[in-house]
Design a protein. Sequence first.
Length: 265
Amino acid sequence: MRDFIGEFLGTFLLVLFGCGSVAVSVLFNSHSGLFQIALIWGIGVSLAIYATRHLSCAHLNPAVTLAMLVSKRMSIKKVPTYLIAQFVGAFFAGLTLYILFDPSITAFETAQNIVRGTPDSVKVAKMFGEYYQLPGSTTVVSMPLAICAEAIGTFLLVLMIFSLTEGCNLGRPDDNLAPVFIGLSVSSVICLIAPLTQAGLNPARDFGPRLVAWIFGWGSAAFPDQSGGFFFVYILGPMIGALAAGLLFTGVLEPLMKKTQCQCQ
């Protein structure tokens, strides 16, 4: 129960702050530029970790949970609890945002002559789930490129999580500061790949709010395409990146760091 509450609450807070920043940007033009949204995402991640890391291990992301599993840092028995809590927390965060902004969404759609559920309604649905193909965008992103971007982004994020928290790294920050640097890592990765895919990096963060959009009228427009892009880009891509980062750190970097640590002593 403690693990479930920690992962549920942490993921809820992360998605609420992060997707909330996208929502107010879309609906009210409250933020100017990618950097502001990325910074709010990072702050949300840091706050969520601080709030819940003594309840669960504050993975808040199925990709991170997978990396911890393959690196033998958690028991497989805990995985279902973590995953269910993460997806449920993200869903309720998306539902909360919809309840808060429903009148504003309706007003925005009316002003922009957007019919919910049509391809053009992606302009609003993107506040819930990510898209690598946006109406009117001049950036052409193929599915393979989008998968690669999400995998690389998640690889960098998970690699930084290991580097910032594992005792074998003598250069890591104090444990009390690690959540801040993890949040900054999220912000940095978002600034790098968001122009391509909106930077999902987290299957729960993507699927939970996207499911809310599907339920409340966006239908097929809630998904990025009809050829599996949602699954391959925003579920499989992050999992591949996290798996690679976990194996690299455990198999290569951790032994090297431990060897260096012994030499320093």
